[in-house]
Ligand binder design. Structure first.
Ligand code: KG4
Length: 338
């Protein structure tokens, strides 16, 4: 029996999960509320909150799983990328617990884990996992990438943003409309009532599979600036249409490159991961592509799209099977290395 405790502390969620023989037993997340009034994550506050939350969160994950500490086989933790102070809390905790229990420690790349979230099983007979090779669109607040996944440890980034991430485009445009933070979910909600054809924004034309969202952001900003000169209530009057048009443009941009990659590489198995995959319009676009192009799509349940420890434990489980352990002197990395 292989029982892995996963720990995630890369940004503003303190999370712990237990996976036994590939099946998820518990998945606990404590989302930090302290950042809301700042309109973004404050790194110093995030590390302090992780420090406060990590013991209770791990405790709860073990209790919910019905697993005792001494039944753990290994501890998997997020080594990066992320905020250094936040990562240090999870890494130090993993070191302490694994040395106290004398069990291996497994370092996990947070971005790999987002992709491997598709392999989390809540029930041992679930066989819906993707087949290799598949494409994964990873879209979050910090990343927009198309990844060619050849195995759990062989992933190639074939396209990525050259400036802003898709989540940032949602958040920054929402901010200029005064919608609150994070803006993505708010835009998603308002877009449902709006007309997506009302406004047109710049779309990039980039060869290959890379993305760019800075032109869209500028064109959104210019439209608001011009219209507000004529009518100071412009945003309020057009909020839902602005959200619907913005969301449609972001999704069109994301799907266009993904479609190109799937066609060129002749891959029909396509997955989506990361915080923005919670977007209802993006989910609908995936369903539509499944119908139109015969894609076999993989959309994770909402709980596995944003930061969580189930995906860390899942990746840890794969690495455990390969006996791919991490030395005690390992330090976190804040920047992307894939
Ligand atoms: O993966 P994630 O939780 O962490 C970061 O990378 O930060 O992604 C967060 C991002 C934010 O930009 C948020 O606005 C966006 O995901 N997001 C959404 C939705 N839910 C979260 N964007 C659009 N529609 C949503 N429903």
């Amino acid at each position: 029996m292989i029982t892995i405790l996963g720990i995630e502390s890369s940004c503003d969620d303190t999370a712990a999960a237990v996976i036994r023989d590939g099946v998820l037993l518990s998945n606990i997340i404590s989302s930090q509320k302290v950042h809301e009034s700042y309109g973004g994550v404050v790194p110093e506050l995030a590390s302090r909150a992780h420090q406060q939350n990590i013991i209770p969160v791990v405790d709860q994950a073990l209790k919910k799983a019905g697993v005792n500490k001494d039944e753990l086989t290994a501890i998997a933790f997020t080594r990066g990328p992320g905020l250094m102070g936040s990562l240090l809390v999870g890494t130090s905790f993993a070191k302490g617990l694994s040395s106290a229990l004398n069990i291996p420690m497994i370092d996990v790349n947070h971005l790999h884990a987002h992709v491997l979230a598709h392999f989390i099983k809540e029930d041992k007979d679930d066989n819906s996992q993707p087949q290799y090779p598949f494409l994964c669109l990873l879209v979050s607040g910090g990343n927009s990438q198309i990844i060619l996944v050849k195995s759990y440890k062989d992933m190639e980034i074939i396209g990525q943003t050259i400036d802003d991430a898709a989540g940032e485009a949602f958040d920054k445009c929402a901010k200029v409309m005064g919608l609150g933070y994070p803006g993505g979910p708010i835009v998603d909600r308002l877009a449902k009532e709006g007309d997506a054809t009302k406004f047109k924004f710049n779309k990039p034309h980039i060869p290959g599979y890379d993305y760019s969202f800075s032109g869209l952001k500028t064109s959104f900003l210019y439209l608001l600036r011009n219209e507000l000169k004529k009518d100071t209530d412009f945003i309020e009057k057009n909020k839902v249409d602005l959200c619907a048009s913005l969301q449609k443009t972001i999704i069109d941009v994301l799907m266009e490159q993904l479609r190109k990659a799937a066609k060129d590489l002749r891959i029909k198995e396509v997955a989506v991961a990361g915080g923005v995959s919670a977007n209802s319009g993006l989910r609908a676009a995936f369903e539509d592509h499944a119908k139109r192009f015969g894609w076999k799509i993989h959309i994770p349940p909402f709980g596995y799209t944003t930061d969580n420890a189930a995906m860390i434990a899942m990746t840890g489980y794969f690495k455990y099977e390969d006996k791919d352990f991490c030395p005690m002197e390992a330090a976190p990395f804040s920047r992307v290395v894939m």
